[in-house]
Each structure stands twice: as structure tokens, then as C-alpha cells.
Design a protein around this ligand. Structure first.
Ligand code: KIV
Length: 258
């Protein structure tokens, strides 16, 4: 087993797993020093391309972004999201996972779904492709408004069943997206593999967020998003200063000229 995956598995019940997204080298290089997992999420569709849905993201886009991220990631586990319609059956999933891993040198793939994809996960793992699962809100297959999961008994039972299916199929971890705290807690206790929450409470084994959201680069107004810095403001300040210096002839001085 990949030693980076072993490290993630060993963190269960010992230390919280930290995961952030990256879509290019410069951000990847910064976060790699501090996180356990760097995820090239198909959220890049909405964050970078203004797509209304992640369904418009394709494998070529994911590979190009992951190649760039790979340059900046040396320490963390690098995971690529398999986009919509690239893992509809076992052979398609294996073919596209192999293409993704070969072209990007990433460590693992993430796919959405629980019981529905259990045979696909099993097939990938059998063929030495490490898989991170993703249940709760699964944006690729959600039509209409996103609604948090696990409010009623039917949803709770489904989430538990899905988590068990992923564990039994050999996934090394499960992302829980927008899952109520009591059920995240239950799943985290029931499965031996780590759970990584996004809007799924403190009870998960780790947390993931979209880096652009925590930096304030997006205008995300989502309950679970915490903005840790207003990078837009800092960029604005730098750009205004540059503009002013160009207009007034203060830049470039001799120091910046040949
Ligand atoms: O696409 C993505 O970035 C994700 C995470 C937010 C979990 O799936």
C-alpha cells in the first residue's frame, strides 16, 4: 500500500486529517506544507470556470489542472476527482483512473456515491487504484438545490449503508458532504476508515474545504465556509499600487531596469 495512504489510515482516532483543494501549482506549493491531502476537486468547474454544475467538468480539464498541482505537491497525498460520466461502469472507471494516474502521477482518485458505486470501487482497488469515497451531497448527481443529508431515518439509514459499502469495497476514506452531526458521528464510529467532513460537523476524522473559499477568493455564502483571510483585498491593494506607480512613472526605477 502507498505509504501516504497508510499514513492517512493511521491518523484515525489519533490526529485530525487536514485536506484542502488546489487547482494549480502556486496554491498547491503553499498548502502542501501544511495539509495531509491535496484534492484537485471538480469544484474547479464552478470556482474557476463559473459552471453552474460540476457535470460540465471533463477528464482533460481535471488532468491539466492536476499536472500543474503535482508540480507543487511533494509531501501530501494528491487526490484527483474523477468527473461526471467517467466512471459509469467498472471498465470505464478503471480506464479513466489509469489515464488520470499515469498522466498526473497523483496518488488516488475520488468518486461520488456509496452503494451505487461499490462494485466500481472494488474493481479499482483490486487493480491497485486507491479510492476516496464521497457521500452525503454528491454534486455530480444532484439535480436542483443542494440539501444537507441525514435529517430523517431513511436518509440516515442510507448514509450508513453507503459508508459500509465504501469501506467493504476497499475505499481508504470517505468524504461526508453536508451531513448532520449526529449521523457523521455515528458513521465515523462505525467505520474503520477515516471520514473527512465538509459541512459535516466536528465529529469527522478530518475536514476539507475549498481553498479559494477560505482565502476569500470566491463569494461563497455557504454555512460551513469560514473565510480565514480576504485575499481579494490584498490583491486589490497591490494592483492599485502598481497601477499608481506605472501612471506616475515611479515604476520601474533603476533597480528594476536593465
Ligand atoms: O470538488 C471538490 O472540491 C470536492 C470537495 C469540496 C470535497 O469534492
Amino acid at each position: 500500500m502507498n505509504f501516504k495512504i497508510k499514513k492517512i489510515l493511521n491518523k484515525k482516532n489519533k490526529s485530525k486529517i487536514v485536506c484542502l483543494t488546489a487547482y494549480s501549482k502556486n496554491i498547491a506549493e503553499i498548502i502542501d506544507k501544511h495539509v495531509d491531502i491535496v484534492l484537485v476537486g471538480d469544484s474547479l468547474g464552478s470556482v474557476l470556470y463559473d459552471f453552474k454544475t460540476t457535470r460540465k467538468v471533463n477528464l482533460k480539464m481535471m488532468i491539466e489542472h492536476t499536472k500543474s498541482v503535482r508540480v507543487g505537491v511533494t509531501k501530501s497525498l494528491l487526490v484527483i476527482d474523477l468527473p461526471y460520466n467517467t466512471y459509469r461502469n467498472k471498465s470505464e472507471a478503471l480506464r479513466n483512473s489509469k489515464i488520470a494516474l499515469k498522466n498526473t502521477k497523483c496518488d488516488a482518485v475520488k468518486i461520488e456515491g456509496g452503494t451505487r458505486v461499490k462494485e466500481i470501487v472494488r474493481h479499482l482497488v483490486k487493480n491497485k487504484i486507491p479510492v476516496l469515497g464521497h457521500i452525503g451531497i454528491t454534486p455530480q448527481t444532484t439535480k436542483g438545490k443542494f440539501k444537507s443529508k441525514g435529517k430523517n431515518e431513511i436518509e440516515k439509514r442510507k448514509l450508513i449503508k453507503d459508508a459500509h459499502a465504501l469501506e467493504q469495497s476497499g475505499a481508504f476514506g470517505i468524504v461526508l458532504e453536508c451531513v448532520y452531526g449526529d449521523i457523521s458521528k455515528k458513521i465515523t464510529k462505525l467505520v474503520k476508515i477515516p471520514t473527512i467532513g465538509i459541512g459535516a460537523s466536528i465529529h469527522c476524522d478530518g475536514q476539507v474545504l475549498v481553498t479559494d473559499d477560505i482565502l476569500g477568493l470566491t463569494n461563497a455564502k455557504i454555512k460551513f465556509v469560514k473565510k480565514y483571510i480576504d485575499i481579494k483585498k490584498l490583491i486589490n491593494t497591490a494592483v492599485i499600487k502598481f497601477k499608481h506607480e506605472v501612471k506616475t512613472g515611479k515604476y520601474p526605477t533603476k533597480k528594476y531596469s536593465y
